[in-house]
Each structure stands twice: as structure tokens, then as C-alpha cells.
Design a protein around this ligand. Sequence first.
Ligand code: ADP
Length: 403
Amino acid sequence: MSDKLVMAVNAGSSSLKYKLYRLEGLEVVCGGLVDRIGHEDGIFKLTYNGETTKEVLPIMDHHKGVDLILNALTSKGIVKDKNDIVAIGHRVVQGGKYFSKSALFDADTEKKIADLTPLDPLHAPAHLMGYHAFKEAIPGAVAIAVFDTAYHQTMEEEDYLFPIPYELSEKYDCRRYGAHGTSHRYLAEKALATYLKDKKDTKIITCHLGSGSSLAAIHNGKVVATSMGLTPLGGVMMGTRSGDLDPSVSYYLAEQMHLSNQEVYDLLNKKSGFLGVTGLSNDTRDVEGGYLKGDKRCIIASHLFARRVADYIGQYFVRLGGVDLIIFSAGIGENSAFYRKLVLDRVKDALHIVIDEKKNEEAFGGKEELISAPESAVKVAVIPTDEEKMIASDAVKAYEGKL
Ligand code: ADP
């Protein structure tokens, strides 16, 4: 077997997640996290052979973080030589109008990502720091950028434009881009190969429900609509994000509370959703617990969430002219029979869905499961997502010149 390796990297402003795979067969070798970058008490974690080690030490920048990773890999004998890592896939949140698929990380890609900073001021500079740190450490590795927005670029104008003055949409590229595209693509590809192999005209609704949540309507493998908007704030209610609102909510709260634009934006991004409605937690495990104890706000938050997800499913059912398969994925979608049931109870009569309750209860902890009964008019599946694997797989394609 070749020693060649491929790495998936997710660089944020103060953290860097990494996962290393064998190039052949994409078997996971190890993975981990550099956290609290920029701090004296930075954290370096590595999980290998089921064991996680953690070190606390100064990690003042992304370069130091990358050095730590590569030194640990070689000193522990996980990797013989850092140059065995021949391809690196970098997750990039915003690809704007420029990228409809993954791209080689060259000077042109770098410039476009930098140009997109106004659309994603938090992540774009961090992605570039991660890219530079790895490029310096392993200059010979093929680097690619894998965009959260790329898979949604097949949407038509009527699905991505906002009804604001057209010249503003054009001038500021102010439109729907969506997010979680790498996850939606992974789920659709898996579903097409597993459940809809012999079908010609395929209609899938993917529900990525985690701390951030989004849905996509996918026709013959191409996205026709997705719920997140200009940024990941749009769409369904989430852990701390409000999702879609009447836009005048921003104006009204700013006026009433004497808040700045930034403060209202933070309120809707960080203090709303499950956290805001329950006043308790952004984590649905806590909210479900509160619901079962009869906590009024946990009950209403759960119903708000289920209603919004169900409404999108209904909308996408119409948008696709039917649906063959609904997929649940990510933290909530993969683990919570409770929230899946809350959602499905709201669409099952209209869509003639019959759920196998036992299978629904059994689907958690990374298990893939068809949870609809054989007589259901629409198949419903729980499929664990794997964005890192998708990133690594694109990096391998780039290495082989097949991107
Ligand atoms: P992200 O990758 O966006 O951080 P995840 O997809 O990992 O998010 O989802 C994390 C969320 O999933 C948690 O905040 C929690 O709300 C939910 N979650 C995770 N495990 C469970 C579970 N066993 N039951 C219910 N909800 C869960």
C-alpha cells in the first residue's frame, strides 16, 4: 500500500481542525484540533488509534498550530515524512459567485477568497491563514479549496435572488448562496448510490440539522433550492440563530433597544434560536430534556423548530414536484429520534409518509438507517454526514488531475 496521505483542514480564526486519510481508500488515519490560537494557553488535540492526547501550550498563530500537528505526526511515527501528505483540502465557507466546485488553491483562488471577505469577515481571513501555514510547511502538496456554497450554485435566479433593487443585488452580490453545501453534496451522492440507484428522475430533500441547520432540494443531483441565505443566518431556526424573520424585526428591535446594526446582528446570530427561545441552552439534548419535564419554553422552542423544518420540507416538496427521499443528518438529524418525529409528524399526512418507529428510535450515534416503513410513499433515511471525507476526496481528485 502507498504511504501517500491526504488531509482535510478546517481553519477558523482561533481554531484549526484536521483529519488525515490514506490516499488509497480514504481510510482515516488520525485527526484532531488546534484550539485557542492566539493564546498562551492554546490547546492541541490529536486522536489516533482511539486515544486522544491533549496539550496546553502557547499557540500564537496558525503557523505554530500547523507545526505542532506535523511534528506530532512524525514524532509519534504516524507519518514517516510530512511530504507524504501529498494533497490538502481546505474548507472555505464562502465561495460567492466565483466557485461552483472545488478549486485549486492558487493565487487566483486566494485573491477571490480575499475579495469575498465582506461576505464572510470572520472566516475568509482565517481560511487564508490556514492555507498559508500549510503551504509553507509542505510546499509540494497539492492544495484545494472546498467551498460550503459551491454545491448550491446550480440554483436559478428565481431561487437565489432577493426581491431588493436589482442593481443592488448586482453591485453588492447580495443574494442567496446557502451553506453546508459539502454536506448536502455528500448526502445526495450517498443517497443516489444507495437508495435511488436505478431511478432516472430523482428528487431528494436533505435536512442537515445540527447547531447550524439547513435544507436543500436536490433534483437529479443538482441543488434547486436551499434554506440558508446570504449568510448562514437565513433559513430554519438553529441553536443560536433565528433563521428567517420578517426583516423589520431587525429595525424594530434596534429602535426599541437602541442597538447598533452589529448588536442586532449578534442578537440574531448568537442569542436567538433554541438558546433565545428556551433561555436555557442551544443544545437540543438539553431542550429535549426540558420538553420531557414539561418546561413551557422548551416545548415551544421545539415546536418552532419542527414547524420551520416541516414548512421547508413542504415548500421543497412542491418545488421538486414530489420527493423520493428525505434525509436527516448532522447532530440533531443523526441522533434525535425525538426531533425527527416532531418534524415528520407535521408532514406525514400531506406526503403519505409512514415511519417505522422502532427504526427511528434505533438510528443514532453514526448509524445509517432507512426509517420509513415499506408502505411509505416517500423514503426517509438517516445518513451520517462526512464533510471532511468529501473534502479529502476532492483533494485526491485534484492530486490525480481529475478535479
Ligand atoms: P456543528 O457541526 O454545526 O457544530 P453538529 O452537527 O455536530 O453541529 O450538531 C451539534 C448539535 O446537535 C448539538 O448542539 C445538539 O443540539 C445536537 N445533538 C447532538 N447530539 C444529539 C443527541 N444525541 N440528541 C439530540 N441532539 C443532539
